[in-house]
Design a protein around this ligand. Structure first.
Ligand SMILES: Nc1nc2c(c(=O)[nH]1)N[C@H]1C(S)=C(S)[C@@H](COP(=O)(O)OP(=O)(O)OC[C@H]3O[C@@H](n4cnc5c(=O)[nH]c(N)nc54)[C@H](O)[C@@H]3O)O[C@H]1N2
Ligand SMILES: Nc1nc2c(c(=O)[nH]1)N[C@H]1C(S)=C(S)[C@@H](COP(=O)(O)OP(=O)(O)OC[C@H]3O[C@@H](n4cnc5c(=O)[nH]c(N)nc54)[C@H](O)[C@@H]3O)O[C@H]1N2
Ligand code: SF4
Ligand SMILES: [Mo]
Length: 716
């Protein structure tokens, strides 16, 4: 091609940033390049991974294309307010004034707890911290919770109970290649944290055996030496079966158990007479496969167990994790190199977002809102009376119940799309529609924003500076370099403006995220998640700092529990409580519906469906179904089916393939509307952590092709 002198290619701006999606938080640069061929100017974007201790310079396909949503023409550029049923543009002054006035009116009329706040794990630590303070100090409400309830609550509460602390990974990512056996239970790392896969491949090269427990032969199962295609909802029993074999075959570490744990005698009594054949049968597995997996883990000198939502998003998720932790403790595989447990955190700030006060019962630094000392300390940092802080609220789904019952009158949503992500979606939407006030702060007109009375446009990852804590507990500073488009504003600024209008401005005077972080450091000081020693200056110099980090002079701790666990006596505890297993399928609903993710989309898809390169990879939702099951229901690959549970139904195309169990369907969670899997998921909660049993619902399917009915085309 002949270039004329009109042709240009010029780098105009470069942002050093972090991917806005998953918990690895890969570092990258986004460079805007002005190109012009024959006078036609356009902006292109070049993405390059930046070497960092966690991501080592890798970026996956989502990260490579994340900027496409940030620069998308559908970004919200001005506040919107509902007038005569329509959302129309308004000024920030008007939006903030109306919100504050209505929040105040609701509080005066029904009491402060009639206002509720709903946050998210994509928010920076600074925003998450401020949102908790906003609820307790500016609104004085006890009702705040966040989407992480649906994500990390089972593993988080299990870690706290067993070890006395909840940090996603108890080891460093660089320890993974040193493990000689790795059990991946209900975690699809190859699609959900793709840039971590090389750590596992390295372990394999070093001779590690990899065990994958998943009802599907996933991309992660493809690297496994042993794949256990478990029947959904039976993980706790499988962990017990593995433990029984490990005990029988003498792989327990008596010295470790004696020195570092409590409750082993009770565990022995609990396991006495365990029926292995029955367990294998209930798990839908061959006993020999289980034995092979148990031996691989039991025999190895070093080993790790990682769990994610497959095990955890169950009504017995909390206990299922603890039963896997029994295996870790019984074999003494924790607190040394190449060993440990990992709850593979999900969202970009899924870790930090659960430490600083977005949870119903929590104050910053993982402090408890029910503990007098904790209340006093945080109140002193905030300059308020401890007695003025509300008590504990309820979990995310329970909050939606209170919305439905009319006890909560207003909901302030920042960083989540509950219409799509919460189980029993029909019920949730009904509740949200009945609110006196729904405010949604988002970058896009999400399914939830569409129901709002006021929509506030926020900045994206390229524009908003702040810290995020990755799955290892490594705090990273995400810089910002792009101007906020239109009138969009940073989340933290929005909170400060509303607080100001509510007459609480003196508690919310910050000039930038660094000032908020400095207050967070102080508020977390001495807490379980102690960030005091972490400063922006350090984060600019170092490749992230691990918490706990109580002093600016010290490095944070990467490998936890080398000497002791975090309970007061330094010991970890075995679990003998048995959870209530899901009842299973019935004659009316004979198939198990499970769900999860695909590589190219992220959560409710609000962002990734606006990225043309990612959307092109998966345009619409689908149900993965085994060929024998498909034949039984007379559905062919690509045909439409209606999936029905006792809670509701959705419509998707079939994707027929033998990588799934015959009794199970798998449907991704990335689509709303009639393709939303959460129309059919069930609202029952784990009694310990209030995680819904997302991963198991009894369903039936009906072919829509045979009845001749075709649903309308769904657009991204
Ligand atoms: N591409 C992509 N990556 C993501 C996300 C995304 O949306 N897209 N989201 C991020 C977030 S927030 C999260 S929480 C993580 C989630 O990461 P994961 O938990 O790894 O993802 P899921 O696909 O929900 O579930 C993992 C696996 O559990 C299996 N499974 C289902 N039921 C059961 C069961 O009963 N037992 C067992 N053992 N396995 C079962 C599913 O087949 C699936 O392969 O991913 C993060 N990364
Ligand atoms: N069936 C089923 N349901 C599930 C799951 C499952 O496995 N199966 N997984 C659950 C899990 S693990 C999770 S984490 C939840 C996630 O559920 P959601 O929180 O609903 O998921 P997102 O799609 O991330 O929604 C985030 C919204 O916030 C916006 N946003 C992104 N960044 C920011 C920001 O910095 N500020 C503000 N104000 N807005 C922002 C996005 O545009 C988007 O609209 O879904 C849960 N639901
Ligand atoms: S989605 Fe996760 S693995 Fe992929 S680039 Fe983003 S942070 Fe990295
Ligand atoms: Mo998540």
């Amino acid at each position: 091609m002949v270039h004329t002198d009109l042709d240009i290619e010029r780098a105009s701006a470069q942002v050093e940033t972090q991917c806005p999606f998953c918990s690895v938080q890969c570092k990258m640069t986004v460079t805007e390049v002005e190109t012009g061929v024959s006078g036609q100017r356009r902006t292109a974007y070049q993405i390059e991974g930046v070497p960092n201790a966690a991501s080592e310079g890798r970026v996956c396909v989502k990260g490579m294309n994340a900027h496409q949503h940030a620069v998308h023409s559908q970004r919200l550029l001005e506040p919107l307010i509902r007038v005569n049923g329509e959302l129309v543009p308004c000024s920030w002054d008007e939006a903030i004034h109306v919100i504050s006035h209505r929040l105040q009116t609701i509080s005066d009329q029904y009491g402060p707890d009639a206002n509720a706040v709903y946050g998210g794990g994509s928010l920076t630590n600074e925003t998450a911290y401020l949102l908790g303070k906003f609820a307790r100090v500016a609104l004085g409400t006890k009702y705040i919770d966040y989407n992480g309830r649906f994500c990390m609550s089972a593993a988080a509460s299990a870690g706290s109970k067993t070890f006395g602390i909840d940090r996603g990974l108890t080891f460093r990512l660089t320890d993974i290649p040193m493990a000689r056996c790795i059990v991946l239970a209900g975690t699809n790392i190859a699609e959900c944290q793709p840039t971590l896969l090389p750590y596992f491949n390295q372990a394999k090269e070093n001779g590690a055996k990899i065990v994958v427990i998943d009802p599907r032969k996933t991309a992660t199962a493809a690297i496994a030496d042993i794949h256990l295609p478990i029947k959904p909802g039976t993980d706790a029993l499988l962990a017990d079966a593995m433990l029984s074999i490990i005990m029988d075959e003498g792989f327990v570490d008596e010295a470790f158990i004696r020195a570092r744990t409590n409750g082993y005698d009770e565990l022995l009594a609990y396991m006495n007479g365990f029926n292995l054949n029955r367990a294998a049968d209930l798990c839908g597995l061959e006993l020999e496969q289980i034995r092979e997996a148990a031996r691989a883990y039991g025999m190895a000198d070093t080993g790790m167990i990682l769990t994610a939502r497959g095990v955890e998003q169950q009504t017995d998720g909390h206990l299922a994790v603890r039963h896997f932790l029994n295996l870790v403790l019984a074999t003494g595989k924790i607190g040394r190199e190449g060993c440990g447990y990992g709850a593979v955190t999900g969202q970009g700030n899924g870790q930090g977002g659960r430490e600083h006060g977005q949870k119903a019962d929590q104050l910053p630094g993982y402090r408890s809102i029910e503990n007098e000392e904790d209340r006093k300390y945080v109140a002193s940092v905030w300059g308020v009376e401890a007695s003025s802080l509300p008590g504990k609220g309820v979990s995310a789904y329970e909050m939606m119940e209170l919305v439905h019952q009319g006890e909560i009158k207003s909901l302030f949503v920042m960083g989540s799309n509950p219409v799509v992500s919460i189980p029993n979606a029909g019920h949730v939407v009904e509740g949200l529609k009945s609110l006196h006030l729904l405010v949604v702060a988002d970058m896009f007109m999400s399914e939830t924003a569409q129901l709002a009375d006021i929509v506030l446009p926020v900045t994206s990852y390229l524009e908003n500076e702040g810290t995020l804590t990755n799955l290892e507990g490594r705090v990273l500073l995400r810089k910002a370099g792009r101007e906020a488009p239109g009138e969009s504003r940073h989340d933290w600024r929005i909170l400060c403006s509303i607080a100001d209008q509510l007459g609480k401005g003196r508690y919310f005077r910050f000039n930038g995220p660094e000032e908020i972080f400095n207050e967070l450091r102080l508020a977390s000081k001495g807490g379980v998640a102690d960030y005091y020693g972490i400063t922006y200056d350090r984060l600019r110099r170092e490749e992230g700092v691990y918490w706990p980090c109580p002093s600016t002079e010290e490095a944070g701790i990467g490998l936890l529990f080398q000497q002791s666990f975090a309970h007061p006596d330094g010991k970890a505890v075995f679990t003998i409580t048995e959870g209530e297993r899901w009842e299973g399928v019935s004659e009316e609903y004979p198939l198990i519906l499970t769900n999860g993710r695909v590589l190219s989309h992220y959560l409710t898809g609000v962002q990734t469906r606006r990225s043309p390169s990612l959307l092109a990879r998966e345009l619409e939702n689908f149900a993965e179904i085994h060929p024998i099951t498909a034949q039984r229901y007379r559905v062919r690959d690509g045909e439409w089916v209606e999936v029905v549970s006792e809670h509701g139904s959705f419509t998707v195309r079939c994707r027929v393939g033998d990588s799934i169990r015959q009794d199970t369907l798998f449907v991704p969670m990335h689509w709303g509307g009639v393709q939303n899997v959460n129309h059919a998921t069930r609202p029952e909660l784990d009694p310990f952590c209030k995680m819904p049993g997302f991963k198991t619902a009894a369903v039936r399917i009906r072919s829509l092709s045979i009845s001749g009915k075709q649903p309308g085309q769904i657009n991204g």
